[in-house]
Write a protein that binds this ligand. Structure first.
Ligand SMILES: *[C@@H]1O[C@H](CO)[C@@H](O)[C@H](O)[C@H]1NC(C)=O
Length: 144
């Protein structure tokens, strides 16, 4: 019974990590929406899935990022994931924005309102979500 408990505890810890999709090595289309939570530069990284990776880079609030407000939660990033605090390029109808992965998103990506506005000519609130192309790009593209 002890073993069952240990295995159950281990599985509940490991499964969310295994459920994170692999970061694509090529551009793919995902659903991108927005969250006003990421529009607050004073937001502490402590509550975000990428807290460890961000703190290792000296980032304590998301406004500390040189790339701020271009940030996102993304399905490829989870706690301890190497995709945390890396750079993703989103493209939509000829417009692009490079965003830092700061958090997990269960499906697709949740950008800051500012980043989704950059992709939609200021229409983030109107469109709600878009099908955008995303690819991982060198961190220098996000000033990391
Ligand atoms: C955020 O992205 C927009 C759109 O690409 C860009 O114009 C702006 O300079 C970026 N902001 C920062 C701080 O990098």
């Amino acid at each position: 019974m002890l073993y069952t408990t240990i295995i159950a505890a281990f599985a509940s810890f490991v499964l969310p990590v295994l459920a994170v999709p692999q970061a694509p090595g090529h551009p793919v289309t995902i659903t991108a929406t927005w969250s006003a939570a990421y529009d607050n530069p004073a937001l502490s990284v402590n509550g975000l899935a990428c807290s460890d990776a961000l703190i290792r880079k000296g980032i304590h609030t998301i406004g500390d990022l040189k790339n701020y407000p271009n940030v996102t939660g993304i399905q490829y990033a989870s706690f301890g994931s190497p995709n945390c605090a890396t750079c993703y390029k989103f493209t939509y109808q000829g417009k692009s924005v490079n965003v830092v992965a700061i958090d997990n998103a269960q499906h697709g990506a949740t950008l800051s309102t500012a980043a989704l506005n950059a992709l939609t000519n200021g229409h983030a609130h109107d469109v709600g979500s878009i099908q955008a192309t995303v690819e991982q790009v060198p961190n220098s593209a996000c000033k990391l």
